[in-house]
Design a protein around this ligand. Structure first.
Ligand SMILES: NC(=O)C1=CN([C@@H]2O[C@H](COP(=O)(O)OP(=O)(O)OC[C@H]3O[C@@H](n4cnc5c(N)ncnc54)[C@H](OP(=O)(O)O)[C@@H]3O)[C@@H](O)[C@H]2O)C=CC1
Ligand SMILES: O=C1O[C@H](COP(=O)(O)O)[C@@H](O)[C@H](O)[C@H]1O
Length: 601
């Protein structure tokens, strides 16, 4: 079928994936701390950020006419991410010339190129919360190409000026450049435009195409469509974008948001339908957990430190825990959530992707395909999840401190009597030589006592430990544990046994601790920034390939069907609690004690 213009993935993999990989633009000073934020509105900001008020858009002259706003003068290194950031001794940029030309707005053959980013569903929650702010952050740091345009597309009626006002309310700046923050915002907003249209109208997308061309004049036009819309309209939008608004002379790529189906069949049908209009290499299936800093760091930790990889197997690791916890319910997203539940929302994608990265063999290289090949192998070596190895729960209302927290089914968009799990714990197994018999325990829940995401690696006992008696009877507590705290307050720490200073021989557990906020002054970029930039650069490493997706669904589909057919009643847990006790029984069956997310260090 008519595929959109082939995706000529001009990529700078070698630069970006070398050990010289950093987010510091080469033009920035070495002590660049771009992420302390100035906020216009309610953006979430990591620890250490400062907020400052910026002139609201209404009081500025952001509504620039099409083409009248050019990029701010950018350094020739433009979007390069090729500099080292060891924080100890930064090394200068080693970006090849071809890359420099490309990032400065050339296509490699000397022709000027442009990137048009269309946010389909621009009026929606995700666009406002994540996509526009991430695009601005990239612009702010000089990572967007010289020639770029951002288009919002949705059915809502809006003018360019109204879109800019909407977007301006979501933007945050990086504080060390605070003095020019408002200016940068104006420049960015001047590059933002809006087109109102239906998602299933080729005519409306053809109008968009015409507008995009007005900005692209005379340049190689590369186009990125971000599908930030409900999944039932993905195909309509892809079809229309493909047929009426794909690039004539550059690449066209589409970022597809989750959910990618709700089981093997629907996922395969979605992939098949997408492939009527797109080649696989044009499809960027986003799992934003792969864009999180500490998930990205997993491979670095494993493959660039001698001390971890030799221990990374059944021989030394007794269990691995992947934990996701939110301290709020489905507020506002109950309608979506009820059709999916926590297993499809978090486990089958975010936690499973982390597991695959954690457990994969050493890839041949850092090339996207080599990494994705290894991830698929892990997924294919796994045992399908068994009902018996899962505990499901749902939060019920709870009153604390005079405040009444609602139950899941109190949400008006959730059907009364819904059995959809808002919590699940599961034991998974990888039947290969490296991981045979090691339980990988996952736990994910909404409306729990805390917010956090962690990977916990519990090591085996020291055989014949000379100091056994110094631990008392609880030897379990004396094993080493590596904790990778993905969020919040990113950290990697290793629990070791240590002699308490003094004349006696008393041991305690202490942490070798890499606490990001203390170690690095740079604020961590949002996952969407990394992923958007990757999509623009054609880097697929952090996006899900269709065979990965198939393998992931094969693991969960039979179990999910059984869960739903048998109408398994979830274990109810109070809003704000630690979740169902059943999760502890499940863990105990595999001789595991859950780590306490966010409550130690
Ligand atoms: N929000 C989040 O935190 C996350 C969202 N996602 C995924 O991102 C995508 C977008 O999410 P989100 O922004 O929350 O979605 P929204 O529900 O906010 O929808 C986005 C836009 O799509 C249009 N739209 C909504 N419902 C329909 C409909 N039934 N028919 C046609 N158009 C509709 C609306 O725009 P208009 O009416 O103007 O056309 C709306 O502003 C989804 O696939 C979601 O699963 C993934 C992770 C997190
Ligand atoms: O994909 C999703 O992720 C969010 C949690 O993302 P985070 O980056 O804030 O940890 C979750 O709330 C949502 O239900 C799910 O769809």
């Amino acid at each position: 079928m008519a595929a959109i213009a082939a995706s000529n993935a001009v990529v700078s993999k070698s630069t970006r994936l070398s050990s010289n990989y950093s987010f510091r633009p080469s033009s920035a000073p070495r002590n660049f701390h771009p992420w302390t934020s100035i906020s216009l509105a309610n953006s979430k900001i990591s620890s250490g950020c400062v907020r400052a008020q910026v002139t609201p858009l209404e009081q500025t002259s952001a509504a620039a006419p099409a083409q009248s706003v050019e990029a701010p003068a950018v350094n020739v290194f433009g979007t390069s991410r090729g500099s080292v950031s060891t924080t100890v001794s930064p090394v200068e940029n080693k970006t090849p010339l071809s890359k420099l030309k490309e990032t400065a707005g050339f296509d490699g053959s000397g022709n000027e190129s442009t990137v048009s980013i269309t946010v389909v569903g621009a009026s929606g929650d995700l666009a406002k919360k994540k996509i526009f702010p991430a695009l601005f952050a990239l612009f702010y740091e000089g990572f967007l190409p010289k020639h770029f345009t951002v288009y919002g597309y949705a059915r809502s009626k809006m003018t360019d000026a109204e879109l800019r006002i909407m977007v301006s309310k979501t933007l945050t700046c990086r504080i060390d450049q605070r003095e020019n923050c408002g200016e940068k915002m104006e420049q960015f907003l001047g590059r933002c435009f809006y087109h109102s249209g239906q998602y299933d109208s080729e005519k409306n997308f053809a109008e968009l195409d015409k507008k995009l061309k007005e900005h692209e004049v005379g340049r190689v036009s590369n186009r990125l469509f971000y599908l930030s819309i409900p999944p039932n309209i993905f195909i309509d939008a892809v079809k229309c974008a493909s047929l009426s608004a794909s690039s004539g002379n550059g690449w066209t790529r589409v970022i597809v948001e989750k959910p990618f189906g709700r089981d093997s069949e629907s996922s395969a049908a979605l992939t098949k339908a997408l492939k009527q209009y797109l080649e696989e290499d044009q499809i960027f299936r986003i799992d934003h957990y792969l864009g999180k800093e500490l998930v990205e760091n997993l491979s670095v930790l494993r493959f660039s430190n001698l001390i971890f990889e030799p221990l990374w197997s059944r021989q030394y690791i007794r269990n691995v825990q992947l934990i996701f916890s939110e301290d709020f319910g489905t507020e506002g997203r109950g309608g979506y959530f009820d059709n999916y539940g926590i297993i499809r929302d978090i486990m089958q994608n975010h936690l499973l992707q982390i597991l695959a990265l954690f457990a994969m063999e050493t890839p041949v290289s850092l090339d996207a395909e080599d990494i994705r090949n290894e991830k698929v192998k892990v997924l294919r070596s796994m045992r399908p999840v068994k009902l018996d190895d899962v505990v499901v729960g749902q939060y019920k209302s709870h009153t604390r401190g005079g405040i009444n927290y609602p139950s899941y089914t109190d949400d008006e968009t959730v059907p009364k009597g819904s059995l959809t799990p808002t919590f699940a714990a599961a034991a998974l197994f990888i039947d290969n030589a490296r991981w045979d018999g090691v339980p990988f325990l996952m736990k994910a829940g909404k409306a729990l006592h805390t917010k956090g995401a962690e990977i916990r690696v519990q090591f085996r006992h020291v055989p014949g430990n000379l100091y056994n008696r110094n631990f008392g009877t609880d030897l379990d507590r004396a094993t080493n544990e590596l904790v990778i705290r993905v969020q919040p307050d990113e950290a990697i720490y290793l629990k070791i046994n240590n002699k308490v200073p003094g004349l006696g021989m008393k041991l305690d557990r202490s942490n070798l601790n890499l606490h990001y906020a203390a170690r690095y002054s740079k604020e961590i970029p949002d996952a969407y920034e990394r992923l958007l930039l990757d999509a623009i650069e054609g880097e697929r490493r952090l996006f899900i390939r269709s065979d990965e997706l198939d393998a992931a669904w094969s693991l969960f589909t039979p179990f999910l069907k059984e869960l739903e057919e048998k109408k398994i009643i979830p274990e109810y847990y109070p809003y704000g609690s630690r979740g169902p006790v059943g999760a502890h029984y499940l863990a105990a069956r595999y001789k595991v004690r859950w780590g306490d997310v966010g409550h130690e260090q």
